[in-house]
Design a protein around this ligand. Structure first.
Ligand code: GLA
Length: 384
């Protein structure tokens, strides 16, 4: 991240120096669309994210500048003072969610910049929310626990962006730890850090970005969630102990097959399967059994493509090439509808895979895919 340019812009706009904070994007090894189903996820923070310089300005206004877009926005802290710019709504939402939880905020000046690719399924928006939630909490000593900061980011998505997301992305951005994945129980919010050292075990982890921009704002993501909720409601009538799909057995879904639509049925089938796949993958990872982890990842891809219908032809193509190149595990990562695949690649097959996928993708779609080697890094922090 180019902090020098950020700082230059900040002093050019506001003639002062502020504090600098950063929050990362994330990967998720397995466990997709499980968070809002009360299941588990296995994310890790990456070495790409958002960085922001911030200084209180003794007014009740926020003056924000998005360096990469070269756009500015000014807004207040009251509900009626929302900004017009889409990107500024994330900052405004974080402020509002903090105020709703009792925080006394003040106006501030800020410039932010990022190197986490937008719309690639690496949670650029969670990185933006987490940066401001973490920074304001720290600078004003607001006393929010880290988990509450993640929930503030999630509530921003729900109430100010319109995406009814789960907690995974904001959690990963706030709690990330270098060299570790995090196994989070999205019902109890209990988590553990899982050491993740694929290279010592003969593998590299790499993202292949199809550069097909995914867009979670709008209905498709929320519709998946609604399907799962309808399936849960049907199952709960017979099995009142079922709070989320995470609690449901596949046989219980079969019992309600005639009571829900085919679409809701196959979405729920995916989600129940994915909760189980994650648990099996975690068990395998604890034994450094990457072959099993990889097979589960391919299983997730098929589920996300065929049952959950959140893949696209470009992602399926990249997944197919991975299989042909002997990649151990490969699947669409994040919400889907475009973005990246995550790939666990044997080190001796790495170079050939990268060459083949780049050339094959260009030949098939006429555009370049992007390759991001995964470096698992720390979560939200103050830089200076
Ligand atoms: C998006 C959401 C997350 C999660 C993933 C899919 O990234 O923000 O909460 O649901 O999709 O696993």
């Amino acid at each position: 991240m180019n902090i020098e340019k950020l700082r230059e812009k900040f002093s050019e706009l506001y003639s002062k120096k502020g504090s600098v904070y950063a929050s990362p994007g994330r990967i998720n090894l397995i466990g997709e669309h499980t968070d809002y189903n009360g299941g588990f996820v296995l994310p890790g923070a990456v070495d790409k994210g958002i960085v922001a310089e911030i200084r209180f300005n003794s007014t009740d206004k926020v003056r924000a500048h998005a360096l990469d877009l070269n756009e500015s926005s000014e807004f207040g802290l009251n509900e009626t003072d929302a900004p017009k710019e889409g990107w500024a709504k994330y900052i405004f939402g974080v402020c509002r969610e903090m105020i709703k939880r009792g925080a006394k905020l003040q106006g501030f000046d800020t410039v932010f910049s990022g190197d986490v690719p937008l719309g690639a399924g690496m949670s650029s928006s969670a990185a933006l929310e987490s940066t401001y939630a973490f920074a304001l909490n720290d600078m004003l000593s607001l006393g929010f626990e880290k988990m509450e900061l993640a929930k503030i980011g999630q509530a921003t998505e729900h109430n100010y962006v319109g995406v009814k997301c789960g907690i995974m992305d904001q959690f990963a951005s706030i709690f990330g730890k270098a060299g570790h994945l995090m196994r989070l129980d999205c019902r109890s919010f209990e988590y553990e850090y899982v050491p993740f050292d694929p290279e010592s075990n003969g593998y590299k982890v790499v993202l292949v970005d199809t550069c097909v921009k995914h867009e979670l704002v709008g209905s498709p993501y929320n519709r998946r969630r609604e399907s799962c909720e309808r399936a849960v409601n049907a199952i709960r009538k017979r099995h009142p102990e079922v709070e989320f799909l995470r609690d449901a057995k596949m046989e219980w879904l079969e019992e309600v097959i005639g009571e829900i639509t085919t679409e809701d049925y196959i979405r729920a089938e995916y989600a129940i399967g994915e909760v189980a796949r994650l648990l099996a993958a975690c068990e395998a990872l604890s034994k450094n059994d990457y072959e099993t982890v990889g097979r589960k990842m391919y299983g997730t891809h098929i589920g996300m493509s065929v049952l959950y219908d959140v893949s696209c032809k470009e992602l399926d193509f990249v997944n197919e090439i991975a299989k042909e190149c002997g990649v151990t595990g490969s699947r669409v990562m994040g919400g889907g509808f475009g973005g990246c695949t995550i790939n666990v690649v044997p080190i001796d097959k790495y170079d050939a895979f990268i060459e083949t996928v780049k050339a094959g993708y260009k030949a098939a779609f006429g555009i370049d895919c992007q390759i991001y080697p995964v470096v698992i890094s720390d979560g939200a922090r103050k830089l200076c």
